[in-house]
Ligand binder design. Sequence first.
Ligand SMILES: [Zn+2]
Length: 212
Amino acid sequence: MSYRPPSAAPGSSSATSQPQAMTDLVRLLSRLPGLGPRSARRAVLHLLKNQDSLMHPLMTALDQVAATVSKCERCGALDETSPCQICTAPNRDHSRICVVRDMGDLWALERAGAHKGGYHVLGGLLSALDGIGPDKLFIEPLLQRVSDVEEVILALPASVEGQTTAHYLGDRLRAAGVATITRLAYGAPVGGDLEFLDDGTLAIALKSRQAV
Ligand SMILES: [Zn+2]
């Protein structure tokens, strides 16, 4: 007679089941952009193998970021203060606002160094397919802050969603009385993400921007 462990239900394979806490962590990690279930499982195993050098510092870092970083009430950028460092910088030209999709694009433009004005971070793009309407984006705060602004630069991706969003914002900003509304000139591939453009291309796209 063969021995069967008391916990094993017939047909189940308890020897290969993973702890529930790990399953939960893998499921959470696999919701991150670029991580599927397989790479999430590898990440969890790597963390468990390196608890002192990686897992515990990561836990502390996550706690710190969650406690200190939040959205700027004015421009939507992520920072440790609200209003953020960009909104309060005395050496920037706050009469020019560059509208971007997300923080990745803001950082890309900052790296390119071609824009010395303010920013406005939408938090995404309009997409009928994904059910993202104007109310889901940081658009109303933009319309509220443009009364004394000289120029709004729509630095949005050359994708369908990016151009739909630029068209919508162009109409709303004109109605709000903004005199100059421009968009990036693209020496870049259509559909390309700003984040992945090299700094030189991005700087030229900004310098040769066109009126909307
Ligand atoms: Zn801000």
